[in-house]
Design a protein around this ligand. Sequence first.
Ligand code: FAD
Length: 486
Amino acid sequence: RLQCRSLMDISRGLPKTASLRLTHKTAPYQRHVSTSTQAPDKQRVVILGSGWAGYAAARTLSPSKTQRVLISPRSHFAFTPLLASTSVGTLEFRAAIEPVRRLGLDEFHQAWASNIDFKNKVIHVEANERGDVSAATNKPQTKGEKFQVKYDKLIIAVGCHSQTFGIQGVQEHAHFLRDVGDARAIRLQILQAFETAGLPTTTDEERRKLLHFVIVGGGPTGIEFAAELHDLMKDDMSRMYPELLKHCMITLYDVAPKVLPMFDSKLAAYATDAFKRQGIRVKTNHNLTGIRREGRHLMLKIKEEPEEVGASLVVWSTGLTQNPLVKQLVDTEIQGLGKLAKDPKTGGIVTNSNLEVQLRPTEGRSETRTLDDVYAIGDCISVQGIRYPATAQVASQQAVYLGKQLNSNKSYKPSKPFAFKNWGVMTYLGGWKAIHQRDADNLKGWAAWVLWRTAYQTKSMSVRNKVMIPVYWLVTWLFGREISRF
Ligand code: FAD
């Protein structure tokens, strides 16, 4: 979890140096970005990604000791634990984001890193001029300008993509909950489904399909989204569309025999019971094998169901797969150095315990080596010998560790290796109930919900959001959720 440094960030003010772009018309990647005027005593640290890892690294790096450059296709940081709340209108979207430009960086490029020349310390970059980011593919809709960015030190923090297992129709028809754009699309889809179901021309059979909301994946994200959706139905839709409520259904499918595998079995059972009482169907040991569109709704093929199931919304949350940049990097030979070390299970970049990127052993040498001046953090890595959970906690702690080490010495000689401090896991279950587990300590019900809300309010990044989040909660409690379609 991140330390709050928002006031310090604000006080850092505007960048001291302007980014100067020099372009000349040769081959696409020959267009280049000059380094912004660089103080000789400052190292130019380039960070790829503005997620939990990249954003926290940029906040931690000292502007007086380093020149901070950030490259990310999105110009904001998304506070992922609050995305489910924003997707149903409990919170406004702006409460879950922080604009990157507020960090007062020396350079920011809204762009994808498409390749890295480790030999010459140059990143090949493609601008994301339309600002589109799809969580599933993360591919630009329109490829923008190409240019190069130089680095002295490089931090790779590009995260992961959503895992679809190549299941037919998932990419096209399911929603992924990875960013505010996804949350907005989900909110619009829910509201559209209610309006369509409310038309006098809609049959009851179609209403049942339109008002069937499906979640695939029983991890914390899937569970929290189901819980927030249930709150929306119970508190707001029941008043707005009382005649439609009898057609509403929320179903959560998971291939595993139980949901929330990271929680102990008593807490997971408590969550399942809470869902049953709220009327949310939890179907474990169920395999979704395909999604197709049929008119105004979707049809889902479930191996264990005799007939296809109709629904208007499928939220997909079944785990992670490697970012394409990472896939490319770990499979490419670096001239004279070999390949990056790759985690055999996740395909992620392997670092040593100081978060330095490792190279695979070469012929005649059995030991791994370190790639100079390149570090990696967050979901896209595994730390040699230890596979940390893919969580914001791990990503931000790694970022803070690395940022502090880079601040303290130019030659990067950490006095101690990275050590993860586990703050526990928690999940919201709806109806002001949650579960929390830390080592052997368990907490459930209302007390866990208070802890859940307090934690996310205090851990949000800026003073603005620390103030706005409780205000939005109060407004929602007093006047209901924001359910306009715009
Ligand atoms: P990300 O946050 O995914 O960031 C990756 C960044 O890299 C993005 O800015 C992306 O645009 C950028 N990028 C991608 N490709 C490129 C490229 N080629 N070049 C440059 N930039 C690129 N964890 C918890 O600990 N607690 C929670 O309660 C919790 N709740 C969650 C709820 C949801 C809905 C989700 C989706 C996740 C949740 N997580 C939670 C997990 C947590 O969000 C992730 O573990 C965390 O985001 C990982 O951080 P990261 O920086 O490695 O990756």
